[in-house]
Design a protein around this ligand. Structure first.
Ligand SMILES: Cc1ncc(COP(=O)(O)O)c(C=O)c1O
Length: 477
């Protein structure tokens, strides 16, 4: 029996002895993941080494503070794993400074926002007020500073143009703590119109310009974003959560690489980067001290076990095989897009040059995103619905489906396989129709899919997956 199988059989036996329902759910999740044609653009499969690294006693240690400067005794091993994770991140991405503590992407963005506010607003204000720290301020000065911190402007990409909710969406804390405007995309092309953005930024004058996206199928010109930020003295914060793997694998270089052009770069570690669930912040040396104050500013105790897994995954991403993986992710996305378009599907921006495609489902099939998401699931294909720019169906029903290649590329699917995947998607959606509501209009939620087609597509999806087993080294009984 190989090491991985031995390790996971032991874990499951131990868990089953205490709470069999949890053991069963862990086992079932592997079965489900193995059986699903996973096209969710933000998901991946981390290596078993990365996953196993998370199951250690580093989780038992409190280590608030930063490397070598903790509020608890006995943190030398957490210091080591945090320092190794940060070192790999700096080397991999060419960043001046890296901070490995954020528990997720949303945390990384909060750390970044507050580091920028601290550096740009709090520190200069303290100096003006003749104080060293906020504890030196009297009540009046403290309230004045709090009002100033709460009165700053941010500009990020609109949610329906592909931005993320942490980029200023009103239902997220980023929309509540800033005065916020967002930028969209050109209605004709679906692309960022940099001239229009430059004019909007000059007018609004944000303190922070946020670049990056969750559902934009194109590259961003970060050199241009830098120029636009500089035109009003804004801090450029780039969120590469979705495409960090393509940066790490050197698919995105030059103007496509956010790191050389941004003051602060945030990312998740679990999407195209293929690490454990978590976040990272990188920055220039100007923002390093402020970012390192993420705890206690935003975070509590760091997750030592997850930082260790980040270090392992980042070490993996520095191997030449990861660059090969990243190149295949991008090539597969091109093949998927071409396969969909040649079968008549309208894609937002008419293609892709990253890892994801955004299908205009309403235009192509007369369905909402919600209907398409469920119909595809009936046919064994896992996707998520997503707004398209200026979506007439809103953020709940939506008119789009977002699909991406990172996960299935990890399983080894190639360009020919992704052409087949495109065929399966089109076959399933062509066989799906909205039902009619009592008033005679088309339902936005209910649909019927031809059962024979759903079964056939499901079967073909299973056959495709059978040729590319997930975690093939793992044989659990
Ligand atoms: C661009 C972007 N930023 C941040 C996040 C938040 O990441 P997490 O779910 O780890 O908090 C996401 C995840 O969907 C994302 O796409």
């Amino acid at each position: 029996m190989n090491l991985e199988t031995t390790a996971y059989q032991a874990i499951l036996s131990l868990v089953n002895a205490v709470e069999p329902r949890v053991g069963a759910a862990i086992g079932q999740e592997l079965t489900d993941q193995r059986a699903s044609l996973k096209l969710i653009a933000s998901e991946n499969y981390a290596s078993l080494t990365t996953l196993l690294t998370m199951g250690t006693w580093l989780s038992d240690k409190y280590a608030e503070g930063t490397i070598g400067h903790r509020f608890y005794a006995g943190c030398r091993n957490v210091d080591t794993v945090e320092a190794v994770a940060a070192e790999h991140a700096r080397e991999l991405f060419g960043a001046d400074h890296a901070y490995a503590q954020p528990h997720s992407g949303i945390d990384a963005n909060l750390v970044a926002y507050w580091a920028i506010l601290s550096q740009r607003i709090e520190m200069p204000s303290l100096e003006e007020m003749g104080a060293k720290t906020v504890n030196d301020l009297d009540e009046d000065d403290w309230n004045a500073l709090r009002i100033l911190l709460g009165n700053q402007k941010v500009m990020g990409m609109a949610l329906d143009a592909g931005g993320h909710l942490t980029h200023g969406f009103r239902h997220n804390i980023s929309g509540k703590m800033f005065i916020q405007h967002s930028y969209g995309t050109d209605p004709a092309t679906g692309l960022i119109d940099y001239d229009a953005l430059a004019a909007q930024v000059k007018e609004f004058k944000p303190l922070i310009l946020v670049a990056g996206y969750s559902a934009y199928p194109r590259r961003v010109n970060f050199a241009r974003m830098r120029e636009i930020a500089d035109s009003v003295g804004a801090t450029l914060m780039s969120d590469m959560s979705h495409f960090a793997g393509l940066v790490a694998g050197k698919v995105f270089t030059g103007d496509d690489d956010p790191v050389p052009f941004s003051d602060v770069v945030t990312t998740t570690t679990h999407k195209s980067l293929r690490g454990p669930r978590g976040g990272l912040v990188m920055c220039t040396s100007e923002y390093a001290d402020a970012v390192d104050r993420g705890c206690p500013m935003v975070l509590g105790g760091p997750l030592g076990h997850v930082m260790a897994a980040k270090a392992v995954a980042l070490a993996e991403a520095r191997q030449p095989s990861f660059a090969d993986y990243a190149a295949r992710v991008a090539a597969n996305a091109k093949s998927l897009a071409a396969g969909l378009m040649k079968r008549g599907v309208k894609l937002v921006t008419d293609g892709t040059d990253n890892h994801l495609c955004l299908l205009d489902i309403s235009t192509s099939f007369g369905l909402t995103g919600r209907q398409a998401e469920n119909a595809l699931l009936d046919a064994g294909i896992v996707t998520n619905r997503n707004s398209v720019p200026r979506d007439p169906n809103g953020a709940w029903y939506t008119s789009g489906i977002r699909i991406g290649t990172p996960a299935l590329t990890t399983r080894g699917l190639d360009e020919a396989d992704f052409d087949k995947v495109a065929g399966l998607i089109v076959e399933a959606l062509k066989a799906t129709k909205p039902t009619t509501t009592p008033d005679g209009s088309a339902s936005k939620a209910k649909y019927v899919i031809d059962a024979g087609v759903a079964d056939r597509v499901h079967h073909e999806a299973e056959e495709l997956l059978a040729g590319h087993p997930l975690y093939p080294e793992l044989t659990l009984v």
